[in-house]
Write a protein that binds this ligand. Structure first.
Ligand code: IMP
Length: 423
């Protein structure tokens, strides 16, 4: 019986969706606790490809329950489209299967407009956001001017609060193209009515589920280096993507968590702006030529490089990882030598943990340890013994440096291409 948090250990896109989907078989309730539709989880289920943004991937399973926790920001129109997309594929999204926190915050069209406008104004210093309004929506939450799902489902309250907020923003929105607020109001009132049967106090629901002996799986979105506190600030998202965020974003105490699994790609990728010490054009070109590493939400080419163990050391600490799930190991097939960045050189110093400022990250150069690669195609490996000895040595070295066992290895998008390494 265990409650598990799944987090990304890098800059998102580590393949968490697939690992969550894999572990869902052994859980009862899948919970999203932070982020919004900026996330893009690609999951292959029974030959179908699903790209989920806000919907927990547990929705693809019969008999599993899903929760959107209080820490999430919801664009109700986009979310309803996601629900409809699933229903078209024969997956029914009932109120018993999907529960939405009444305390989650709502993303409005003006949040998206502000996100895009602020990025344009930043010019060269842009953050590379997904343009989904995430920063401005969390900004309102922190500033205590946000509207929550509990407002969304009460048409009169929504109208009063939305009008008041929109009026406050008159000056801020000057010169920015925003949807007609009357149209928004009408659409959001309809969306509120559509989602209302799913809305409740999810804290109470999750605690009742635990009392009934149900197991929870927290599906982290983005990755540790996009965490608003621990990431490469300001090139981060606006939520706590590390393990603690799963607790505050759901109302489940850390004392109830049994495991934290960190999903880590066998190499490093990043989308958007900001530092990426091991980024290499050659490494990126190679993966793009293999048809890999294009963003699920925006289609952008991801920036790629060898695995950064300096980052991984820090995320192991911050998240308290009990296991690592390594994905995309097959992306390294055919390399004569595989590299692990074990330290940074920064202004003549050798760093084993990353610096706090993005500017200082930019001045770091990677120090690599090299290991022999493997020429075999490993995508058909069914168990660790099927892997070439050099691939196993690579995994062992990652476990050694982080002091954390590799619990799962993934060598392809299908559920079958997943190996569990320990008992
Ligand atoms: P925002 O979350 O849209 O504000 O974007 C802030 C930063 O986080 C940008 O660099 C985005 O590219 C990045 N980001 C947000 N969500 C994801 C994700 O799910 N995967 C990878 N990067 C993300």
């Amino acid at each position: 019986m265990s409650n598990i948090i799944i987090v990304g250990t890098q800059w998102g896109d580590e393949g968490k969706g697939k690992i969550v989907d894999y572990l869902t078989e052994h859980t009862d309730v899948v919970v999203r606790a932070q982020g919004g539709a900026n996330a893009g989880h690609t999951v292959y289920n029974q030959g179908q490809k699903y790209v989920l943004h806000l919907m927990p991937s547990g929705m693809l399973w019969e008999g599993k329950e899903c929760v959107i926790g209080n820490g999430v920001v919801i664009n109700p129109l986009a979310f309803i489209k996601e629900i409809e997309g699933l229903e078209e594929k024969g997956i029914s999204v009932t109120p018993e299967k999907l529960r939405i926190s009444n305390a989650a915050h709502v993303v409005f069209p003006h949040h998206r407009a502000l996100d895009v406008a602020k990025e344009q104004r930043r010019g060269k210093g842009k953050l590379g956001t997904t343009g989904r309004g995430i920063g401005p929506a969390y900004g309102d939450k922190i500033e205590r001017t946000g509207l929550r799902v509990n407002d969304l489902i009460q048409p009169e309250r929504l109208e009063a609060k939305f009008r008041a907020r929109f009026e406050q923003l008159t000056k801020t929105l000057e010169g920015i193209e925003v949807e007609d607020p009357e149209v928004t109001l009408e659409q959001y009132q309809a969306a509120g009515a559509r989602l209302a049967p799913h809305v409740l106090n999810t804290v109470e629901f999750l605690h009742a589920a635990m009392r009934d002996g149900k197991q929870l799986l927290f599906e982290g979105a983005q990755g540790a280096y996009l965490d608003i506190d621990h990431g490469t600030y300001p090139y981060v998202t606006s939520s706590n993507t590390t393990a603690g965020g799963a607790c505050t974003g759901s109302g489940v105490s850390p004392a109830k968590i049994d495991e934290v699994i960190g999903v880590c790609k066998a190499y490093t990728t990043r989308v958007g702006s900001g530092p990426c010490v091991t980024e290499s054009e050659e490494f990126s070109d190679r993966l793009h030529a293999m048809g890999r590493e294009f963003g699920a939400t925006t289609g952008r080419k991801r920036r790629c490089g060898p695995l950064d163990m300096v980052m991984l050391r820090f995320t192991t600490m911050v998240n308290g990882l009990t296991k690592i799930a390594m994905t995309n190991l097959d992306g390294l097939d055919g390399l004569e030598t595989v590299q692990l960045c074990t330290a940074y050189e920064w202004k003549g110093e050798r760093l084993s943990l990353p610096p706090v400022d993005a500017e200082d990250w930019e001045d770091c150069t990677p120090i690599y340890e090299e290991m022999p690669g493997w020429s075999e195609d490993i995508s058909g490996a069914k168990c660790l013994a099927d892997l070439p000895a050099n691939a196993r040595a690579y995994l062992d070295r990652v476990a050694e440096i982080t002091g954390t066992p590799i619990g799962i290895v993934s060598v392809g998008p299908d559920r079958q291409q997943t190996m569990v390494c320990d008992g």
